[in-house]
Design a protein around this ligand. Sequence first.
Ligand SMILES: [Zn+2]
Length: 80
Amino acid sequence: MSDQTSIWQERHQISMARSKKSQELLKEYDATVYQPALKSLKERCAAAGHGRQRLWDNGIGWAWNECTACGARVGDAFET
Ligand SMILES: [Zn+2]
């Protein structure tokens, strides 16, 4: 294994450990504060008809429209 590959793998492991720790620390906050707040925001935006829409394409055959104000997926996803 080259030095560059070894360094990349170590960096990847460090980043993955940080991501896992972040998820653990935010789990309760996300469930009790963040997700309910976003849900309420998207419901209020939907009731007002949402804002402008932006087309998202995942590059592997699926696309959808997203409200640029609240970030909600609007309408059904479709194949491209
Ligand atoms: Zn919206």
